[in-house]
Design a protein around this ligand. Structure first.
Ligand SMILES: *Cc1c(COP(=O)(O)O)cnc(C)c1O
Length: 219
């Protein structure tokens, strides 16, 4: 199917208030133009360098999402360019974001990435570390926590559902608390293979790459 058909198909599954991020990592500008022409304005990249390059080359009204792991030494490059950082996963990174955004009188919108499957190979904080990170976020005036993000372990639909449901429970529970600089509005979960289940379980932001652009070819 074409990029256009794929996008139509995914958009058909979305409820009002749900955002589709076209994950454009490894894709060229020409491929991305097809998505842009379909009205897509949210694009996701997992590498700072690629995001910054495309920021200069692509349309200015695009909202850029950093969905991959963010190294502290790269934060400075995305100030003023990134719309939402999905991958806050340490106090060290939080402090660097606070410092770099404050220096430019900007405010960073971030999601806390939770390693919900507690997989050693994956980034994201463990649930047991969440309260401490949230307490620190409340001290950071130039960081707004807008919600949560996760990448779940590979598994069956039933297993996927279990993790998404667990995330939604945490999200709902945090909504009932109140902190400075923290609001729980965005639950970023679901990728090409599992976004339907994620939507079922309360996701309001899905990140779809191959389901839009076709199989990825890492060169
Ligand atoms: C690559 C990536 C996606 C999209 O994956 P697809 O399988 O291509 O849909 C979503 N989220 C993150 C964090 C990614 O790195």
């Amino acid at each position: 199917m074409s990029i256009e058909e794929n996008i139509k198909h995914v958009l058909n599954e979305l409820k009002e208030g749900t955002t589709l991020i076209a994950v454009s990592k490894t894709r060229n500008i020409e491929e991305m133009e097809h998505a842009y022409d379909m009205g897509i304005r949210d694009f996701g990249e997992n590498k700072v360098q690629e995001l910054v390059d495309k920021y200069d080359k692509f349309h200015q009204d695009v909202r850029w999402h950093l969905i991959g792991h963010l190294q502290t030494n790269k934060v400075k490059y995305i100030v003023g360019k990134v719309h939402l950082i999905h991958s806050l996963d340490s106090i060290k990174l939080l402090k660097e974001i606070q410092k770099r955004f404050k220096a430019k009188e900007a405010v960073a919108n971030v999601l806390i990435q939770i390693n919900i499957g507690e997989e050693e190979s994956k980034t994201g904080i463990y649930l047991s570390e969440m309260d401490e990170l949230i307490d620190e976020c409340a001290q950071c005036s130039n960081v707004n926590v807008r919600g949560l993000m996760c990448i779940i372990p590979k598994g069956t639909e039933e297993e996927n559902r279990k993790y998404f449901r667990k995330m939604n429970n945490i999200f709902q529970e945090l909504k009932n608390r109140s902190y400075e600089n923290i609001s729980m509005e965005i639950l970023s979960m679901g990728m090409s293979g599992d976004y339907k289940v994620a939507l079922d379980e309360g996701s309001n932001m899905i990140r779809v790459g191959q389901g839009i652009f076709g199989p990825r070819n890492y060169k």
